[in-house]
Ligand binder design. Sequence first.
Ligand code: SMG
Ligand code: MG
Length: 368
Amino acid sequence: MKVDAITLRELQLPLKHFFETSCGRVTHRRIFLVAAACEGVEGWGECVALSDPSYSPEYVDGAQHVMIHHLLPRLVGGGPLDAADVAPRLAKLHGHPMAKGALEMAVLDAQLRAENRSFADFLGVTATRIPSGVSVGIHDTVDELLATVQGYVDDGYVRIKLKIEPGNDIEQVAAVRDLIGPDTPFQVDANTAYRRTDGAHLRRLDDFDLLLIEQPLPEHDIIGHARLAAEIATPICLDESLVSAAGTADAIELGACEIANIKPGRVGGYLEAVRIHDLCVAKGIPVWCGGMLETGIGRAANAVLAALPGFTLPGDISASTRFYAEDIVTEPIGITDGHVTVPTSPGLGFEVASTILDSFTTATVQAL
Ligand code: SMG
Ligand code: MG
């Protein structure tokens, strides 16, 4: 396909309730979308970078800058392309998987729409629904936390994930486990908040029968995660550390990654996400699909990816209404019996509602 034009859009979406992690508190989500016009069809990509580099080195302004000044000239300089050409064309440019992944996503969406083909068909998935888990932020009080968790249990979510950090961990985990009972799948996410010396403290989490602890240590500390995996019984799951299939293979070999959180945006796009899925299946490592507070655009595509057979644990693919009062797609992701229906419409599985989109758009850049 020939890429005729690329439009970058920025949106400001207020969160229904603040979302706090050990990285900080988010009250609004700055959403960065890429629209690729290719031979009469339009494809959309959602860049998962946050507004500041608190979760990963990438952030919205940086992603836009690198896209405009470095990625796009290389991408279109090579002539017509399809989604599989995006990563190889950009490979000489280091890093920036979130910006690269958003471009690949837009091209893939356009390509599938041009072929009148669904992402589900492209991936060969057969599951029609996937289990839905919810990610719960750090709260000011345990009572407020329990009220929030009870609400999600009532909504039908099949798995609870709780954000933790030093000082907001054992007591909160014990209270939530007590509330949801022994049978509800439960996991925690530290977003790099602990250090190698915290092994004895984190071992206390072994009492609560958690599915996993996600990214306890800093992203580059693969050896530290391997040592921690030997020290505690709760399985170690990596999130921030995994930015490529090659790095994931190394982390698995070193014993640092007993479970993998796959976020397409974090690893450079859906095609690399599939490669990580395939690698983990081959190595016997369970995977699940993470979330980055995406709009219905990213959520729909994630719901298709998570229907691949290696995704044996519920993902952070909650309803569109979990974070936002309004969504920018025509059919927001909904939960029925704790499950999300796998979208099967042509493209990545969503239709953008242009009037709602326009009402939240704060900036538009004609990048190409
Ligand atoms: O989209 O449901 C979602 C958010 C899930 O907790 C979530 N994401 O580390 O896994 C994670 C966080 C990253 C974003 S907040 C800093
Ligand atoms: Mg995480």
